[in-house]
Ligand binder design. Structure first.
Ligand code: URP
Ligand code: ZN
Ligand code: ZN
Ligand code: ZN
Length: 491
């Protein structure tokens, strides 16, 4: 046989093109594109389907140890690399990039070693790590980061808030200087710590402790100010910076203004800012805690503004910020149902629902075209985080990480159909148009679905440990990445 697999008769899309083509796969890679391919051990009929690059979820938290401050007060993450990657593939995502977290007083290298142990033998799909730096000591800046940034960990997240994680503006400049020197990308959680702690204390003194007050403790001004400051730091350090989990119009305005000045700013948003609002924090019996995340979901008007950023190219990255806390004593209810919002673990699950939500409500609903879907779902993350063109496209030489989407499939999201280990989804009951019915990682079908009585049944075919660690290259600007040949960039 010339091919291991031919995916026949589908509509293939990349971030730049949509075309009818068969896809010939051998040894885990795409080796032929064109109509009428012949000679494969196995054929997959993709007539009427979209054959798209597998998703890249470039912001998710898996198996992070309990940390005061980041994951509030000792809650346990419910997903590790096993359940997290399993959930990812069933949602059409074939690469995940969670975080190796440095806690204060410890080394970043030790954090990376720890995460390798946590991931080893567990992942169903390929994975890489961003670094989180919470203690940029001389040693971290002069030895650890320069080494790690050249060994395939080419992105670093820093926090402006959370007591245990935040670093000062001065320290952010130091980190930016190192990422700039190594062609890496800094990511920033932009919220003003002092404002949040002041507002939280004030709200608590007034007895306003219910989950819905979480939104009042971090109004848009808090995010706008920090976003503005982060952009200024990027400008001063002349370093590229990605603002993660942008929630609304005020931060978006800062990003637009920064870009107009020519500051190399990139932006990420997440499903929660398109589909949830502050009203979701206000539910009986403490259920609003399920939607506590930071920044908080805003109002409906801001959802529309975030959609505009999805449509017009403001956003580069669409990720889940999957932060898997169950609605139980180990997770969101760690301090009981009367706990102040301050003590509720921040974050919501979303690895499996991220791409289907954008496919349905973005592409199928006519807000974005298929190329923009591919850009947001995978290509841009591959480029910015140094995985392109091995990941993020369907091209000769690229890994055969492919999701075959059926636009006719109507699916009502139920937590029981999802494959994470969280006991709820904030999108329960939402009906979507289109679903990734067959998902392939490096040429191997890792999961697929059959339909029984109008209900999707997922079948797992992959095995834990098949997923490989990806050492990443430097962060490419879109233009540069487009001009790169496969040879130059990867092979
Ligand atoms: O609330 C959130 N976003 N939790 C996850 C941690 C982070 O800041 O991304
Ligand atoms: Zn964050
Ligand atoms: Zn996060
Ligand atoms: Zn099957």
């Amino acid at each position: 046989y010339e091919f291991d697999t031919i995916i026949r008769g589908g509509t293939v899309a990349t971030a730049s093109d949509v075309f009818r083509s068969d896809v010939g796969i051998r040894d885990g890679r795409v080796v032929a594109l064109g109509e009428g391919l012949r000679g494969a051990r196995r054929e997959i009929d993709a007539t009427g389907k979209y054959v798209l690059p597998g998703g890249i979820d470039a912001h998710c938290h898996l198996d992070q140890p309990k940390a005061e401050g980041l994951a509030a007060a000792g809650s346990v993450m419910a997903d590790d690399f096993f359940s997290g990657s399993r959930s990812a593939i069933f949602g059409g995502t074939t690469t995940i990039v969670p975080f190796a977290v440095q806690h204060r007083g410890t080394s970043v290298v030790a954090a990376v070693e720890d995460y390798h142990r946590r991931a080893a033998g567990k992942a169903y799909c390929d994975y890489s790590f961003h670094l989180i730096v919470s203690d940029p000591t001389e040693r971290v800046l002069k030895e650890e980061l320069p080494r790690l940034l050249t060994e395939g960990y080419t992105s670093v997240k820093v926090y402006m808030t959370y007591e245990a994680m935040r670093i000062s503006d001065r320290q952010i400049l130091d980190v930016l200087d190192v990422t700039r020197q190594h062609g890496a990308l800094a990511m920033i959680h932009a919220e003003n710590f002092e404002c949040i702690s002041w507002l939280t204390e004030k709200l608590e003194a007034e007895g306003k402790i219910a989950p819905r007050y979480h939104a009042d403790s971090r109004p848009q001004a808090v995010e706008r100010e920090a976003t503005h400051r982060a952009i200024a730091l990027s400008e001063v350090a002349e370093a590229r910076l990605l603002i993660v989990h942008v929630s609304g119009g005020e931060a978006i305005n800062e990003i637009r203004r920064g870009r107009e000045r020519g500051v190399p700013i990139f932006a990420e948003t997440c499903p929660q800012y398109l589909f949830l609002s502050e009203e979701d924090l206000d539910q009986p019996d403490f259920h609003g805690a399920k939607c506590i995340c930071s920044p908080p979901p805003r109002d409906k008007g801001n959802q529309e503004i975030v959609w505009r950023g999805i449509e017009d190219g403001l956003f580069d990255i669409f990720s889940s910020d999957h932060a898997p806390y169950r609605f139980d004593e180990d997770g969101k209810l760690r301090h009981g149902r009367n706990a102040p919002f301050r003590k509720v673990a921040n974050g919501i699950p979303g690895l499996e629902t991220r791409a289907p939500l954008l496919f349905s409500e973005g592409f199928m609903a006519g807000r974005i075209d298929l190329c923009r879907f591919v850009a947001l779902n995978s290509a841009n993350a591959a480029k910015l985080y140094g995985l392109y063109p091995r990941k993020g496209t369907i091209a000769i030489g690229a890994d055969a990480d492919i999701a075959i989407w059926d636009p006719e499939q109507r699916v009502t999201i139920r937590n029981e159909m999802l494959h994470h280990n969280v006991d709820f989804t904030p999108y329960e009951g939402r009906t979507l148009q289109g679903w990734p019915m067959t998902v392939m990682v490096r040429g191997r079908i890792v999961c697929d679905y059959t339909e029984r009585d109008g209900v999707l049944q997922g079948q797992l075919h992959g095995e834990a440990g098949y997923g490989e660690f990806l050492a990443r290259g430097s962060s490419a600007r879109d233009k540069k990445a487009e001009g790169q040949t496969l040879e130059a960039a990867w092979i």
